[in-house]
Design a protein around this ligand. Sequence first.
Ligand SMILES: C[S@@+](CC[C@H](N)C(=O)[O-])C[C@H]1O[C@@H](n2cnc3c(N)ncnc32)[C@H](O)[C@@H]1O
Length: 393
Amino acid sequence: MLKSYFDYFLKKIIAGNNYKDWYDTHYSLKTVSLKNRRLAKELEAACKRSNGVLTYAEYLQVDQFGRNGYHATHKEHGFQHIHTSTIKEIVELCIQNKLEHIVDIGCGNGSLGIEILKEARQRGYTLSWTGIEINEQLHGEIKKRFKTAKLEKSLIEISSSIQHKAKSHGKTLAIFSFSLDSMPPEIFMSSAASVPDTMIGLQIKDNLLTEIALTKEQLQQKGLIMENGIGTDIYKNKFDLRSWNLAKGQRAYIPIASFSLLKECINTYAVAQLLIIDEFRLPSNEKYREHVLVPRILQRFVRDTVDFKNLYENSGKILYYYPLPWNTIVSVLKSLGFQKIQSGKDAYSLKILLGEVQNPVGKIMLCRDIIASQRIKQSPFATITVDKPGSIH
Ligand SMILES: C[S@@+](CC[C@H](N)C(=O)[O-])C[C@H]1O[C@@H](n2cnc3c(N)ncnc32)[C@H](O)[C@@H]1O
């Protein structure tokens, strides 16, 4: 933080800026006028329904999936370029571990599932598939693609959320492919320099969005608790955030909803193994010094951002995703009972780095796959430890 201010000081000394300017630019709570008036109305209505204030995740849910949100108004979403070697490795994993069913969370247009099932068919191995995709506009397309590939018999169901009473379809591999990092996080803060003790809330009225630090009562109204660095979410899942020492005003974007979803998925299906394909890169050092795990913008070359005013102003126009550091996700998987956590090789990323294949979006992406297995059943009330990036217990 000091180094960051020092850099700022050197850059701005001629303009006569001071510490207060720097603090206000980076650490103050924002008030922003929204450009997209229709989305602003939708956000205002959501706000009214929630006692006048939204958490950041609640705001993002409308911003991304609302009637006037990103997904409803843009076409660039729900697909990835999956390299054939990844498909072969997944099928091999299923054969070797006698896995019978795949539950694909955030399955997009279903293309990963279809490629896996085609490869399995070629190898004479039977697999069934369930797709969970929050963007219901993609459900029809998924069905159409399965039909075209003559794979309808392998398709168990497509749903927008995990079904609590899902039937068991045998030994299951859960796949999270570029989906955990697209799920809305919450912004945690500390009212004094210490462990997180509050979250940012958003009030939207007359086109104006205002950030506030949520009081204990406001958190409680939403079914959230923050106590001594332990957070409890609406599903009563407890998160140990005590390794996150934050400066006053510093933001930490922690994807607790992703972690709750991981837990729900494991408990609902007979999940024997978990495969996560994501970006596990940290944001650049400079941004990292100011705030922790800031959002990335998919469509831009310089993708980390701390220009929160600009992000809010352009609500509904930006597709975000959030970095998931390696040690953070490993701490969560261990708390969920996985004994063995491996990092698979990511042949495709390696090829991009070596310049052997053209990167689909023209940018360097570093991603890895994680395979978690050998799970020992945990108490449903066990606290999930979420390590701060870089800190290891
Ligand atoms: C970047 S796309 C990846 C699509 C696909 N897995 C692939 O690799 O091609 C992420 C997908 O996750 C979906 N998603 C985001 N949050 C979700 C949630 N809570 N439950 C289910 N799907 C979600 C998004 O709608 C989007 O289609």
